[in-house]
Design a protein around this ligand. Structure first.
Ligand SMILES: [Zn+2]
Length: 429
């Protein structure tokens, strides 16, 4: 048995917002209350000054395994997730081979169980090889435990194909996650089309390249009834499209990354930093402000990292040939705390909804709460710890963070997955 003493508990699901103690026995929470006394032989952990929330979930990460293990493996990815305070992550299928069969799903689940840290929930491809031509083995993948379906990394270019995918996915009570990118418009695009692309003389990736597909896919929701989750939205207009769809009562949700909330195209103009080359690209300060507003007013459902590891040689090169993507698992919570929660712009309850409750619901996972009887999936956060994002922070095999050098306040201190302590005083077990 383990007793967590004196943390401030936050869980909007059971309306807890108080300092209290939590007792864990085996995999479950068995007692929640004030001044609980440690039993004989029970481990008591002092959490005074800390905040405690249900285990965090990141529903959009890339673990590169199988196929690109030199960037990240399922084990190193799970270590990075644990370090960042996550109990669960959902992995995008653009590995090599693409995860488009039940075997691919099973492989990742088995590997992550062997690692024994964060749980991995594989997202299966919508189309075979993510080529956008033929349906992947969606039913087979559901049987093996696929949490959702997406061709992330690519937009499904044909509306007819996307319709088939959504028709099929909706049969299995799963969400279709759309990477919205019309490649006939974005081809060759490196940065946001506008001031940045003009100033740097680089091919632009215009906002319309995303918004056209967001709009199209919302139309397809009307046609198919399939639940649609729009991945990594980056523009104000994309957000407005999602807002209108929600107002209409359609099953449409969306997510945003800390990259698109806290960085803009201006950061690239100043630095040419290839770690800032991401897909979709960093947009204007106006877009980022609109997205932050969307997070705070509840229009955006989830915070995800789009954790995209790349080896040094894939980033330490000219901007034109550098790979797209930034890692994010170890910095996501700290960025949200530093920029939104600690300054009082976002409540702890909202943070829990964005980083736990909504992703769990969308991935069709069992709810986890801070109530007696729930699985003991917990994240203990020290909101006072200050640090600079640097190589020493990362458990990820790759260190391509867009936030290197950033000062942050607040980080995960301990993580429990079904009662097992996977992060101990900031150190991965
Ligand atoms: Zn992605």
């Amino acid at each position: 048995m383990t007793l967590l003493k004196g943390a401030h508990l936050h869980d909007p699901q059971v309306a807890i917002d108080d300092v209290a103690d939590i007792r864990i026995d085996g995999e479950r929470i068995v007692e929640v209350g004030e001044d609980l006394v440690a039993c004989d032989g029970e481990e008591s952990i002092d959490c005074t000054g800390c905040d405690l929330v249900p285990g965090l979930v990141d529903m959009h990460v890339h673990f590169r395994d199988p196929g690109y293990e030199y960037k990240e493996t399922i084990e190193t990815g799970c270590r990075a997730a644990t370090k960042g305070g996550f109990t669960d992550v959902a992995t995008m299928p653009n590995t090599d081979p693409v995860c488009d069969t039940g075997t691919g799903v099973r492989y990742q689940i088995d590997r992550s169980k062997a690692a024994g840290l964060a749980r991995v929930h594989p997202i299966g491809a919508l189309t075979r090889g993510e080529k956008g031509e033929a349906l992947a083995e969606i039913g087979d993948m559901v049987m093996e435990g696929a949490a959702a379906f997406s061709d992330d990394g690519h937009g499904v270019q044909s509306a007819g194909m996307m319709r088939c995918c959504m028709d099929y996915v909706s049969q299995f009570d799963r969400v279709a996650i759309a990477h919205c990118e019309d490649e006939s418009i974005t081809a060759g695009g490196l940065v946001n089309e506008g001031t940045c692309s003009t100033r740097l003389g680089m091919f632009g990736w215009p906002a319309a390249g995303e918004e056209l597909e967001v709009s199209r896919d919302i139309d397809l929701v009307r046609l198919t009834g399939c639940a649609l989750h729009v991945a990594h939205i980056s523009t104000e207009r994309s957000l407005d499209l999602v807002r209108s769809a929600k107002a209409e009562g359609l099953p449409v949700t969306c997510e945003v990354t800390p990259l698109h909330l806290f960085l803009t195209e201006d950061d690239i103009t100043d630095t040419y930093d290839t770690n800032l080359k991401v897909n979709p690209p960093l947009r204007t300060p106006h877009d980022a402000a609109a997205l932050r507003e969307g997070v705070c007013d509840g229009s955006i459902d989830c915070i995800v990292t789009d954790h995209a590891p790349h080896a040094a040689h894939e980033k330490d090169c000219e901007f034109e040939i550098a790979s797209f993507g930034s890692i994010g698992l170890e910095t996501s919570l700290g960025l949200m705390l530093t920029n939104l929660v600690l300054p009082g712009k976002l409540s702890w309850d909202q943070l829990v909804s964005l980083m736990c409750v909504s992703p769990r619901r969308l991935l069709r996972m069992q709810p986890v709460t801070l109530a007696v009887g729930s699985s003991a999936d917990l994240t203990v956060i020290d909101p006072s710890i200050g640090y600079v994002v640097s190589d020493g922070l990362f458990e990820s095999r790759s260190h391509n963070s867009a936030f290197l050098g950033t000062h942050l306040t607040g980080a995960a201190r301990d993580v429990f997955v079904a009662g097992k302590r996977t992060l101990m005083d900031g150190v991965v077990a």
